[in-house]
Design a protein around this ligand. Structure first.
Ligand code: PMP
Length: 362
């Protein structure tokens, strides 16, 4: 552990050390096959077992109901920005988009190419420092779906409660908070996430879609981009990113060993309390970037009294073994990304560093 840093990268992000060690041990010879997982055929019985277990663990840990299908795709969340409307936005109909950051804007931009979209709300006028409230939403009851970004990686905001869209299915980009807390699937039609924050390495994109939406999706788009293609073939229509899926499976085993999603949720809440209470206890020095009722438990954004101190904070933190703390250029300041795999001890150590830094420089 001594040569590992406390890694607060926003994604790709830290992975559990036990997962990395298991992968290392299994790397040259997976289960006596004499091959690495990445050398196995994706049709082999050994890889099939990994693929199946990753799927089953996801269903079990996230509590995914029977009427949903789990897909392991490629192209990142960014490809989903396009494939969601390609599959689900139909002529003569429209979709609602709630804009809470630059990732939502990118999703909107792709959807506009495919069809008619309505911006139901946006918090851009305050630099995305909050999640719009229910009474601000201009929802269309006839929309085919309503798209949200559940956690805004850059701004550091997160939905505490999901919008009530009536019978209109929610579609959520959960790239930066998937499997960090329990969710009520009855509100959702489709969820997607790049794996590289809470689930594993980059290279695999998770899509969890309701069967009726998959079945009724458009057929006049490229076959490779149709959800039904991948659903019918259990995500083996083409060669899946086998090694990334194997690592996702190891991460899910680790989540299970912690005690499942309830334990993970509690752990994330505790980390959030530790960090936000440190910020709030010294409002002269630390200024949280997000409004309190919109604060994220995954990406915590804050400013120091001036940019020189922010640069010093990042440099001193790096020297003390804390990496990845520089805020995104659109927000500035500091961003602490603390996904599931970030150990609470790392947050404890960081808050000690923050208090010490404020005392010396305040
Ligand atoms: N959505 C969100 C919320 C993100 O944080 C990111 C990446 N940081 C993306 C989408 C884009 O994901 P990808 O790079 O996997 O396409």
């Amino acid at each position: 552990m001594s040569d590992r840093i406390w890694n607060f990268n926003p994604g790709p992000a830290t992975l559990p050390l036990s997962v990395l060690e298991k992968a290392k041990n299994e790397l040259p010879n997976y289960m006596g096959t004499g091959m690495a997982v990445m050398e196995l055929s994706h049709r082999s019985k050994e890889y099939s077992a990994i693929h199946e277990q990753a799927n089953q663990l996801m269903v079990e840990l996230f509590g995914i109901p029977d009427n949903f299908k789990v897909l392991f795709l490629q192209g990142g969340a960014s490809l989903q920005f396009a494939t969601v409307p390609m599959n689900l936005l139909k002529p003569g109909k429209s979709a609602d988009y709630i804009i809470t950051g630059s990732w939502s804007k990118k999703a909107l931009k792709e959807a506009k190419i495919q069809g008619t979209v309505n911006v139901a709300a946006t918090s851009e006028s305050t630099n995305f420092n909050r999640i719009p409230k229910q009474n601000e939403l201009k929802l269309d009851p006839n929309a085919l779906y309503c798209h949200i970004t559940s956690n805004n990686t850059i701004a550091g905001t997160q939905y505490q409660t999901f919008p009530d869209t009536g019978n209109v299915p929610l579609i959520a980009d959960m790239s930066s908070d998937i499997l960090s807390r329990k969710i009520d699937f009855s509100k959702f039609g489709l969820i997607y996430a790049g794996a590289q924050k809470n689930l594993g390495p980059a290279g695999v994109t998770l899509v969890i879609a309701r069967n009726d939406l998959i079945e009724s999706a458009r057929e006049d788009i490229p076959i490779i981009l149709q959800y039904r293609t991948h659903a019918e073939k259990d995500s083996l229509y083409n060669t899946p990113p086998t090694y990334s899926i194997y690592l996702v499976k190891l991460v899910l085993d680790w989540v299970k060993s912690l005690g499942g999603l309830s334990a993970v949720e509690k752990r994330n809440t505790n980390k959030g309390e530790m960090l936000y209470s440190t910020i709030d206890s010294n409002p002269e020095f630390f200024k949280g970037a997000a409004e309190k009722d919109s604060r994220s438990l995954m990406n915590v954004t804050f400013r120091l009294p001036n940019e020189e101190l922010e640069a010093k904070f990042i440099a001193d933190a790096k020297a003390a073994g804390f990496g990845g703390l520089k805020g995104h250029r659109s927000v500035g300041g500091i961003r602490v990304s603390m996904y599931n795999a970030l150990e609470p001890e790392g947050i404890k150590k960081l808050t000690e560093f923050m208090k010490d830094f404020a005392q010396k420089n305040g």
